[in-house]
Design a protein around this ligand. Sequence first.
Ligand SMILES: [Zn+2]
Length: 274
Amino acid sequence: MMVESDAMSPRAWRTPDYEAARWLGEQVPLAEGVSLEMANAPQAVVLLSGGLDSATTLAIAKSQGFAVHALTIRYGQRHDVEIDAARRVAGDVGVAGHLVVGIDPRLLGGSALTDDLDVPKGRSAHEMSQGIPVTYVPARNTIFLSFALGWAEALGSADIFIGVNAIDYSGYPDCRPEYIDAYQRMANLATKSAVEGAQRVTIHTPLIEMTKARIIRKGLELGVNYALTRSCYDPNDEGLACGQCDACLLRLKGFAENGLTDPVPYQQQKSTSG
Ligand SMILES: [Zn+2]
């Protein structure tokens, strides 16, 4: 594992004096760039891919009063343009820290997102709902949540947010509510902080029952700038979205159902009906 960008280390945004001063009820000195509000807020780790769903999840976590620590994982996905999007979104929303962590892509091979396999194009909603798509990445959410769980415990946080959705991507086994429930139970057996009773881990999935159109409405209410996000499974060398993969079609449909135009640039667009 390789840490590619610096984030503030656990509690580094509270100076040692901060804890002492808070204990004594004195004026609180804070690390540079950290507001008192952020230092006093409960902390959460949010998995941030740079796509539409995770950007909305980040905004929801923040709107619920959490100081958010964004975690982006580089796993050899073809759409590396997402990593840049994650950095822009984290900067725009305003986070307490952002880690971009790389894992060896050979660990997650065999997917159209990581290997030299064709990304399916122009599929209907019915086709998308049939079976587990080739864009499935082996055990991805289990691996990602485990990274988030470790970071959360180190931060003294028990709240993890992930933007999984069981409506649009019903084919992915690691996006289902029963999977999230099982993971949460495991997390509460697996961590010192939970076993010693300090805090119970909660895996928050605010988007799990939302349609793409509703996710977009919620995000716009919270001020998410969707022009900064990237969702395409197969962008070209300039980073332009293909307009035809499952992720593009769902996204375009979601904006269209709100009577809006997706603000990100596309190479070409197909009909979003069906
Ligand atoms: Zn696409």
